[in-house]
Ligand binder design. Structure first.
Ligand code: OFO
Length: 165
């Protein structure tokens, strides 16, 4: 049985993953409106991955016999400066999610909840992959540049980039 502190934080994480899905969906919509079809495809796929992360947590909580809570979501931003701004914000958001996962893992250790600790290892590995992906994309954008041909190349590259997770 889950301890209340752990359950509350798992439910908070469900909400955060759900928000991440909406954030990337909003970014995909912005990209589509700018004519950046590859970027829109990549971000929409990434949004779907976040929904899976949310469902994985949701199922885990319910499997323990506790009740997963689906909470309210704040509206994600829908205006962005340019493609670099989008990917930079994504990287920043993932670093925030990593800090939330890490503190949740820490809580499971202090609460001696080793089953949840074990379950969360998938998220620890996932966050490492996502941070590496987005930081690598920022490096590419900086090398290629975002003027005319550069923007076209980045959009093409994103269209073939597989969302991790
Ligand atoms: Fe973006 O990763 Fe979920 O957890």
């Amino acid at each position: 049985m889950l301890k209340k502190e752990v359950l509350d934080r798992l439910n908070e994480q469900i909400n955060l993953e759900h928000f991440s899905a909406n954030l990337y969906l909003s970014m995909a919509s912005w990209a589509s409106a700018q004519g950046l079809a590859g970027t829109a495809k990549f971000l929409k796929e990434h949004s779907n991955e976040e929904m899976e992360h949310m469902h994985k947590l949701f199922d885990y909580v319910n499997e323990t016999g506790a009740q997963a809570v689906v909470g309210a979501l704040k509206t994600p931003p829908n205006e962005f400066k340019d493609i670099k701004d989008v990917i930079t914000q994504t990287y920043k958001h993932e670093k925030f999610i990593t800090s939330k996962i890490n503190s949740l893992v820490d809580l499971t250790l202090t609460q001696k909840d080793f089953a949840t600790f074990n379950f969360l290892q998938w998220y620890v590995a996932e966050q490492h992959e996502e941070e590496a992906l987005f930081s690598g994309l920022i490096d590419k954008i900086e090398i290629i540049g975002t003027d005319g041909r550069g923007l076209h190349l980045i959009d093409k590259e994103l269209g073939t980039t597989i969302a991790v997770g």
